[in-house]
Design a protein around this ligand. Structure first.
Ligand code: NAD
Length: 489
């Protein structure tokens, strides 16, 4: 039996003990996880520094702060989320108890990506624990140091049978994918997303795919370009552009292109000084493979800002490309690096067409003061998220579902959405054995008269007030009595 198979088996056996179903146990596990982030900040930050050259403050700001918030929210809200959810009834079921009961799915496989290795791996785990599941956690092997720290620390804080960590690369992940899970939660690129879905299909396992793609950014000429560029610069160059929701490229009218370039240049200097290479807040490309991939994208476009790089250090300076053509290399795939292409378009119409001709993005950013522009962008495009006059911040709003649409992914999470995503919403209807006469209309022999009653009981909307409900109940009792009399005699 492989190591991966053993871990899944152990997780299933632990799930079958039923201990993860207790709300107290789930809360305890979440509290323990919370402790990991308060007590082990140094180890976490050191590993992220080695993997991605993130500063200690940056690691907290972009990785663990959000996690602490999500864990706290789950602890506070779990009883409410897990409670039966009463639903509206129809006339036929008016005297029944009808509700949705969120239930654990079973064993969840969580496959994380490397760019925010804690955030994208542990956040789904918070949902899995809250929803009462067991979970096998597979951190990205690309963040070597973080994966090791995760493997070492998680078992010290949370139930290591229920939530084992399996480290490894492609062969290990593929071995995991040969096992049977009740849900697979994958974060990463679209190509591997298809591999995951194919493997899941063999067991009809549902999947959540948190993928990427090119997130466009439209700057309207009617806007504060200086503020817009500051926010875009932050969104683009944070984590050296290796953010799934980073603005991938800018669309704007040619008349404002130079102004945009100047303002982005100014913001780069403000944030990362004249020498980003020595600035503690500027990251590095994760490895040489990605370094080479990103540099190759520069080939057929004109550099307006930056462009300098150092392979030995995986450093690529914050870079802006001007007058970029849609056929340019940088426009073929998600950049996932610190290159910001600007594509001139004639205006809003062309920008909308440009966006709609491509795959649906994970995020769409619009910078404008014009309500009509906001309305048209909202109504005439589709994307995982739409932000007006800012970038990235929707990730921090737990009450917004985070996820893609079309090629940018399926399913969503954060806050209660994580809980719901990893729960089975079981439909429950509890009926009394009384009032059998009421059911006469559905039993053979079927007659037009019974059909008439069935139409009334099923189609009549039940949005009555208190008085209406009482009158209806009285009517039902009479109807039941009449039916019962006929049924019995
Ligand atoms: P990665 O290389 O770390 O891969 C992700 C996971 O897939 C890893 O755990 C890896 O072991 C596994 N994997 C890789 N190849 C595999 C294969 N052939 N078979 C089975 N498993 C395999 O990360 P990545 O894909 O380079 O991550 C970057 C991408 O992820 C970008 O496209 C980015 O936009 C996207 N992303 C999306 C989100 C989101 O929330 N939507 C968040 C972060 C990253």
């Amino acid at each position: 039996m492989s190591r991966e198979q053993k871990a899944v088996d152990r997780a299933r056996k632990a799930f079958e003990t039923g201990r993860s179903k207790s709300l107290e146990y789930r809360i305890q596990q979440l509290q323990n996880l919370q402790c990991l982030f308060t007590e082990r900040q140094k180890e976490i930050a050191d590993a992220i520094k080695k993997d991605l050259n993130k500063s200690e403050v940056g690691a907290q700001l972009y990785e663990t702060l959000g996690l602490e918030g999500e864990i706290g929210l789950a602890i506070r809200k779990l009883k409410e989320w897990a409670a039966p959810r009463p639903v509206q009834k129809n006339l036929l079921t008016i005297s029944d108890t009808v509700y949705i009961r969120p239930e654990p799915l079973g064993v969840v496989l969580i496959i994380g990506a490397w760019n925010y290795p804690w955030a994208v791996t542990i956040q789904p785990l918070v949902g899995a624990i809250a929803a009462g599941n067991a979970a096998v956690v597979k951190p990205s092997e690309v963040c070597v140091h973080t994966a090791k720290v995760m493997e070492d620390l998680l078992p010290l804080y949370i139930d290591k049978e229920l939530y084992p960590v399996v480290n490894g690369g492609v062969p290990e992940t593929q071995e995991l994918l040969r096992q049977r899970f009740d849900h697979i939660f994958y974060t990463g690129n679209c190509t591997v997303g298809k591999v995951i879905m194919e493997a899941a299909a063999k067991n009809l396992t549902p999947v959540t795919l948190e993928l990427g793609g090119k997130s466009p950014c439209y700057i309207d000429k009617d806007c504060d370009i200086s503020v817009a560029c500051r926010r875009i610069t932050w969104g683009k160059y944070t984590n050296c552009g290796q953010t799934c929701i980073a603005p991938d490229y800018i669309l704007c009218e040619p008349s404002i292109q130079n102004r945009v370039i100047e303002e982005v240049k100014k913001a780069i200097k403000d944030f990362y000084t004249d020498a980003p290479k020595t600035c503690p807040d500027y990251g590095r490309i994760i490895n040489q493979r990605h370094f080479k991939r990103i540099l190759a994208m520069l080939e057929d476009s004109a550099i307006a800002v930056g462009g300098d790089n150092d392979e030995s250090d995986c450093f690529i300076a914050p870079t802006v490309l001007k007058d970029v053509k849609p056929e340019a290399k940088v426009m073929q795939d998600e950049i996932f690096g610190p290159l910001l292409p600007i594509l001139p378009v004639s205006g809003l119409d062309e920008a909308i067409k440009f966006i709609n001709r491509r795959e649906k993005p994970l995020a769409l950013y619009v910078f404008t003061q014009d309500k009509k522009v906001i309305k048209r962008m909202t109504e005439e495009t589709s994307s995982g998220a739409l932000l007006v006059n800012d970038c990235l911040v929707h990730f921090s709003v737990s009450s917004l579902p985070f996820g893609g649409v079309g090629n940018s992914g399926m399913g969503c999470y954060h806050g209660k959405f994580s809980f719901d995503q990893l729960s089975h919403m079981r439909s429950c209807l509890i009926k009394q054995l009384k009032m059998e006469g009421m059911n006469d209309m559905r039993y053979p022999p079927h007659t037009m008269k019974k059909l008439g009653w069935a139409r009334f009981f099923i189609l009549k909307p039940l949005d009555l007030g208190w008085m209406g409900r009482m009158a209806l109940l009285a009517m039902l009792v009479v109807a039941a009595a009449v039916a019962l009399q006929r049924f019995l005699f």
